[in-house]
Design a protein around this ligand. Structure first.
Ligand code: ZN
Length: 281
């Protein structure tokens, strides 16, 4: 966007609860280092991080097709136990430059889990996914439920908890119009981390309008770069996802063993996957 472009209207930050508990939680969250908790990206870049929870699913490829049409990249927070049934969709997501991260193995709220069970949820899911683009793995807790204890356990296990600054509310409606209205460009700000969900036909139906609106407002739709800044083109991790019959437990090993890898799509075309240095310290 050049200097002559008209300014994009901005709205106030999303309304947040005003109760004493909500204020206290917010104050605590704001005080935590970004290696522990991220709720919003930098407003300095005109970028929005789209995130999709609860996949993978039979509809994942259709989501990917829409994102591809608009050149948008997103972060998919996937449920570990669903991954085995949708490995091709996960491969397609990576091949198209999207980011994968965990959303628990069984989608159980993290504060309900003891330390060992939480660690198990985190690591069993991560074992199915490519290495984190950032220096640390990202995790989106199921339903966004956190406690200081669960945040600390995730951080100690090497995971950064990622919440959101803009909820599409797409799990509280079945109307594409509602979703599109919630994410109209005047309601989304640079640096927002946007929460959406997979497996929903109305979210899928709203997506073209949402992407078109945000793009027309000059907002770039990139993967977790608001979470973990894009670095130089340094390719720290790449992966070999060559064989469609790749077993899930092979994937991680290939990444680790090769250090460098090539991502191909189903037609054998090579896709470079950007990887990003982390601003999470
Ligand atoms: Zn979820």
């Amino acid at each position: 966007m050049d200097a002559a472009s008209p300014p994009v209207p901005k709205m106030a930050p999303p309304a947040q609860g005003g109760s004493a508990v909500a204020r206290l939680k917010r104050a605590v969250a704001d005080a935590l280092p970004r290696a522990v908790l991220v709720r919003q990206g930098s407003p300095k870049r005109r970028r929005v991080a789209l995130t999709f929870d609860d996949g993978p699913h039979a509809l994942t490829d259709a989501y990917l097709d829409v994102l591809e049409r608009f050149g948008a990249r997103a972060t998919f927070f996937v449920v570990g136990k669903s991954c085995g049934a949708h490995l091709p969709a996960l491969r397609h997501a990576v091949a198209r430059g999207h980011e994968l991260a965990g959303h628990g193995f069984t989608h159980t709220a993290f504060p309900k889990l003891d330390a060992a069970a939480l660690r198990d949820e985190l690591d069993r899911t991560a074992a199915l996914l490519p290495p984190a683009r950032a220096g640390r793995r990202l995790v989106r807790p199921p339903t966004g439920a956190t406690s200081l204890r669960s945040l600390a356990l995730c951080a100690r296990a090497g995971y950064t908890t990622v919440l959101w600054s803009r909820d599409s509310d797409d799990c509280r409606t079945t109307s594409p119009d509602d979703v599109a209205a919630r994410l109209a460009p005047e309601r989304v700000q640079a640096g927002d981390i946007v929460l959406l969900h997979e497996s929903q036909t109305w979210t899928l139906a709203a997506l073209p309008r949402v992407l078109e609106g945000l793009a027309s407002a000059g907002l770039e739709l990139r993967a977790g770069e608001n979470v973990a800044h894009a670095a130089s083109a340094a390719l720290a991790h790449r992966a070999l996802w060559a064989s469609p019959s790749h077993r899930a437990n092979m994937l991680r090993r290939d990444f680790d063993r090769l250090g460098v890898a090539v991502v191909r799509d189903g037609r054998g075309e090579v896709w470079a996957v950007e990887t990003f240095a982390s601003d999470l310290r």
